[in-house]
Design a protein around this ligand. Sequence first.
Ligand SMILES: [Zn+2]
Length: 195
Amino acid sequence: MTMKTFDQKLWQDRAWKLYQQALSRVEGKKGKKFSINDRMPAGIAWKRDTIAIKAMSTVLAWCKTRNVRVMFCDIPNGEYANNLILISIKARAARQFNYLLHEIGHHLIDSSRANKIKKFPLGYAKSNDTRACKTFGHRIDVVGEELEAWYRGGRLASKLKVSFDRKFFDDDRINAMRTYFKWCLRTHGYGKESI
Ligand SMILES: [Zn+2]
């Protein structure tokens, strides 16, 4: 699997390219009726990406001080284990930033292992115990940790005073938690797979 490190210039070029592509898609559909208002959604997404790219470089500098490595590769969303954060390379910058904050939240929870086990005793700590994994208590503690990881990531961004689209962050947080809640309650179609 190819892994990339963050490169501000490359990310900005990519965001610009996505903006241009979005514009030509709308223009292709609208033809002569293409107006300034049709540029709006693509423009908003591009602006959100550029703000996120700037914020990302600040947050990545913070990661360095904590010895947390961050790599971008072909995975969905993000992952965290042993001071290594992986983020989807295909996601656009604003979404990468949200997932980066969330995975940092997992790092912050993990860095106080005793506290983590005290708070979420039946959750990820029991992931290797097949019997424990089948219990509702396990799923509740996983959900608890996921909620906390989002909360801590958002709090770090405020602490570092980076500007970012908080509404967009909350949308990603809510969507991710919706999946976890469905899994937790074994809503139809969920619960058989492991998270
Ligand atoms: Zn998570």
